[in-house]
Ligand binder design. Structure first.
Ligand SMILES: [Fe+2]
Length: 200
């Protein structure tokens, strides 16, 4: 259905070193808010679309807002599972490590680029995409969550750098420390699986 609704997912998060339970709980609450708002907009559009000419301004605004809410929903559905199962290093001999090394010289080069992109000013997401057509990795930044994406490319790693991800634990100037904690806590098996699913 064109204006269908979604259900919020559940995440099984371990105790994450460097990111407090309070931050995670509040953050999941924000995620659920995106799902709720996406659904509310979908329902409103369903009604407004019965007379799109009369409701042109409202429809125009809501169509745009809907992709903002969807981005918030889907990116957080990439974010939280990256902690599930606990901190796990990337297997050096695995397909992802090999592909990263082939494309960028080393895994470290790519991680450094994702970290530097996340450290840029302003809220948003630092994202590692994979282009299965060109067999290349791309590092990008989406301001908010719905604009600036490399269209059609799957996301293999998603680093949330909105203040809500770290302000409770590290303060407004603590983005760098949070990014450090994020990479320490990351379960690379999840990233490896995502990569596997877009290369078949
Ligand atoms: Fe977030």
């Amino acid at each position: 259905m064109m204006f269908s609704t979604y259900e919020a997912k559940k995440f099984t998060l371990p105790k994450v070193e460097g990111i407090s339970e309070k931050t995670m709980t509040e953050h999941i609450g924000l995620y659920e808010g995106y799902v709720k708002n996406f659904n509310a907009i979908s329902k409103a559009l369903e009604e407004l679309m019965s007379d799109p000419e009369k409701n042109a301004h409202a429809v125009s605004e809501l169509i745009r807002r809907r992709s903002f809410e969807f981005g918030g929903m889907r990116l957080h559905e990439h974010y939280f599972p990256q902690f599930e199962g606990g901190s796990t290093p990337l297997t050096p001999s695995g397909p992802l490590a090999k592909a990263l090394a082939k494309d960028a010289g080393s895994v470290e080069t790519v991680v450094k680029a994702v970290r530097a992109t996340g450290a840029m000013r302003g809220p948003g997401w630092s994202l590692l995409y994979y282009d299965p057509e060109a067999k290349k990795f791309l590092v990008g930044f989406t301001g908010e969550q719905h604009q600036g994406h490399f269209v059609t490319l799957p996301i293999v790693l998603a680093l949330d750098v909105w203040e809500h991800a770290y302000i409770l634990d590290y303060g407004a100037a603590g983005k760098g420390k949070y990014i450090e904690a994020f990479f320490k806590a990351l379960n690379w098996d999840v990233i490896e699986k995502r990569f596997g699913s877009v290369t078949v």
